[in-house]
Design a protein around this ligand. Sequence first.
Ligand code: NAI
Length: 797
Amino acid sequence: MTVTDYFMTMQYGTAPESDSAARQWLAQHRSRFTHFTAGRFTKPGDNATFETLEPATGQVLATLSQASESDVDAAVKAARKAQKGWLAMGGHGRARHLYSLARMLQKYSRLFAVLESLDNGKPIRESRDLDVPLAARHFLYHAGMAQLQDTEMTQWQPYGVVGQIIPWNFPLLMLAWKVAPALASGNTVVLKPAEFTSLTALLFAELAARTLPAGVLNVVTGDGTVGEYLVGHADVDKIAFTGSTEVGRLIRSQTAGSGKGLTLELGGKSPFIIFDDADIDSAIEGIVDAIWFNQGQVCCAGSRLLVQESVAERVHARLRDRMKTLRVGPSLDKNIDMSAIIDPTQLQRIRQLVKDGVRQGGELWQATETTLPEIGTYYPPTLITGVQPASTLAQEEIFGPVLVSMTFRTPQEAVELANNTRYGLAASVWSENINLALDIAPKLRCGVVWINASNLFDASVGFGGVRESGYGREGGLEGIYEYLRPVSWAKAPALKTGRKDSRTSAVPVQNEFEVPGIDRTAKLYIGGKQVRPDGGTSVAVTDSDGKFAGEIAVGSRKDIRNAVAAARKAGSWQNATTFNRSQVLYYLAENLSYRAEELTRRLASTSGASRKDATREFELGLERLFTFAAWADKYDGRVHTPPLRGVALAVNEPIGVIGVICPDESPWLSMISLIAAGMAMGNSLVLIPGNQAALLATDLYQVLETSDVPAGAVNIVTGDRLELAAVLADHDDVDSVWAFGPLELTELIQKRSVGNLKRTFGNEGKAIDWQQWTAADIQLLLRQATQVKNIWIPYGD
Ligand code: NAI
């Protein structure tokens, strides 16, 4: 084309970025790579190898090694060896290292960006302007975290060795999101990059080794089996995973009962909601960022467009016009908007999902103006309108440049459609009416909301989801705590097993002919009412001397289901003001104190504690209620000021419905602590008391009834703990289960939590000291009772 032609057509020419530095680095390694362990590339052994392709051309880029179990073991050993020294270096020492890693990314930013675009197929504009700078930002931010750790997080300690498994959509950025907080907090790392995109991780490890002590960061390459080895390794203390929900589920089951920490950042089907008063032109650009950024291979991609009916036609028409101008081409061309899909298998998956999906309805549109390069794995920007909310297209994560559109009439309907998904990662809300946007944001079940924006990220703002999008947060203050544990919990000894169940079927023998006390019928407490168990069964329980102490109702599956339904209905508690919640907790303590004598006596007789110890435990319970009442209106969120035009409100939201299985240890104090923490943060609870506390729980509900606790906020079901716990863990409307008891209980809960991927928390088979609590113990409970939603709001100029 001549210059005149360009002027006449207004078409862009190509502007290829040079790949020479990246090719040179590949050549230095003869395009063959091994694992990076203990500060160096491993010797090429008889490992199987595989090829990594350049998506934009389909050419082979390099040959990589498939790690064996012993390669993973060597990497874990190297990480273990390095961990003590790394921690002992102190926060400031680690801060210096992280600072130099941030600088390293900046010094070699061009090389990283080009290599990333070659290996992943993403437009160089994105890797240059987003992936690499944001990765550097994460290391710099976490240099600060390391610096502050020794003074601000004194009662917390790192897990130890962390296994990290990352996907292929943001290879370097995911490395930064995972490695920076792990290293900052004193852990060492074994990282497994995705098999399609391991090169920038290897480059990173190689350059980092110039300053980083050997073994602090290790990289093993290969497919999912390498991930499995890492997850299954007995000497790994925590797994952090980003990837598909299916693999997230596998990892949850595989680690159940192992004591390993776990964070999961999984898929999404995020809504992009346009109200009729939105600035439509801006919203159209927002959509381009939301779904065509990185070819839509983004876990938080705004892949479901929800448009208010009155503007739907206008939005669709403008969107089609905009789609005509999107340029698809080779990843190193600085002038293109979209490039290649990661791999032929993914391309095929997208094609199949679209083909099958449109059979269920919907109108598919692709611009005839879009031209795709003849070789490489390309898929055009795609819009499908008139999709049914229940269809595959509206429910499945396509992970490609495919936007599906639905309409709504009222804000209420928009919220219902938005939440009509098993995922809950992000959402984007477009309206010029800030009242409307801020009314909607809290109602969306997700971890991130962008108002009049999409796909904004910063290291200071946590990222992560709810429901089947996983749990845990990356970035921000909440992100660093994912890599730390309170010292007291980390050091807690294993729980001694073999405790005798205090239940008995023996019928008490009455020897005296005296007028008995009036029979006391212990019931369940569901939806604010004392109810008889569905199965019509009670069981006798003994005191610490093995003597008959009373009877408790035996709850069943049906009772748990009723209790969960009542808890879900207790919206008034979740929406209660924090002032109100704190008042109720103080009042509960006040009313319990009136019954101190009776409760202490019962505690002493059922647990075998001396009267003095029982009194102390009872009083500590009242103190715990005061502590969490105090936090109820003080555990506030934050206002982040990321380096963008806007603020992000980090709001602590309740988790929702929490199943609480109480331990036998410190039966009164542990039960009260868990109730207080859960309630203070606005959760509704289904409580299964420990064996020792079952009778006490029946006293407790009488006090709950008279302490302004709304119906359904706390439900109590007594009975066989393991049996009831299993029902709670299986239940799809339970958002989290706190399980305290023997290790088999943790294992059971974690294994069975995979249905809706509910969160789990508990003692992991350890003996928790419920009496001597530090600030970190309280914080841990508060963190488990809340999840952060980050709401990004344009602000200032
Ligand atoms: P994937 O979940 O299989 O892969 C992610 C990482 O996990 C890779 O490093 C992989 O090697 C590893 N892995 C696979 N199986 C494993 C196992 N059993 N144990 C431990 N690690 C294992 O994702 P994949 O197959 O690459 O993509 C499939 C779909 O997953 C995509 O189409 C997309 O829908 C979704 N996905 C979501 C991502 C997100 O960020 N939410 C990222 C990547 C994929």
